[in-house]
Ligand binder design. Structure first.
Ligand SMILES: [Fe+2]
Length: 163
């Protein structure tokens, strides 16, 4: 009998995780909604950088679980920031060869704006998305519930990814 290596086991676990995630999202009519549109753009943006795409999906999953604990949150903004919060990484790595919280906050908002414009995401919501992406790694300058949701979800995912 073939024994699985740690790497193969990790890959199998990731595949199962994604299968479950897609089943979960499918139940929410993934194919017709905002998640799909943004997800397609995200995959296009990050290309082969699967790690970033997986991270964004995990953050979205947790953000959607957490958001109901808050009042007055906007589902579309929550989904947009969860999926797009790290889009600045690509530009930062291309320009500087590295990325950190500061550069993610610096480059992310403009990328998110371009992407959201292409799907006619409402301009007033895009402004909030930009503010949140530009503030998700530093002390909160806004009291948007979606910013708090994103920070919590990102923390959960980052902790798990470090294990
Ligand atoms: Fe993140």
């Amino acid at each position: 009998m073939r024994t699985l290596t740690t790497k193969a086991l990790k890959t199998a676990c990731r595949r199962i995780y994604f299968l479950l995630l897609y089943v979960h999202l499918g139940a929410k009519k993934l194919m017709e909604n905002l998640r799909t549109k943004i997800l397609k753009m995200l995959i296009n943006h990050f290309g082969d950088d699967e790690r970033r795409i997986e991270h964004a999906l995990r953050v979205m999953y947790h953000a959607e679980c957490i958001m109901t604990d808050y009042d007055n949150y906007d589902t579309d903004i929550t989904i947009a920031v969860a999926l797009l919060h790290d889009v600045g990484i690509k530009i930062s790595e291309e320009k500087h060869g590295y990325n950190d919280g500061k550069t993610q906050e610096k480059y992310g908002p403009a990328v998110a704006e371009t992407l959201l414009k292409s799907i006619n995401f409402p301009a007033e919501k895009t402004e909030i998305v930009k503010n949140i992406i530009g503030n998700h790694h530093s002390k909160s300058r806004y009291d948007y519930p979606e910013l708090a949701i994103l920070k919590k979800a990102d923390l959960i995912v980052n902790k798990n990814e470090r294990i």
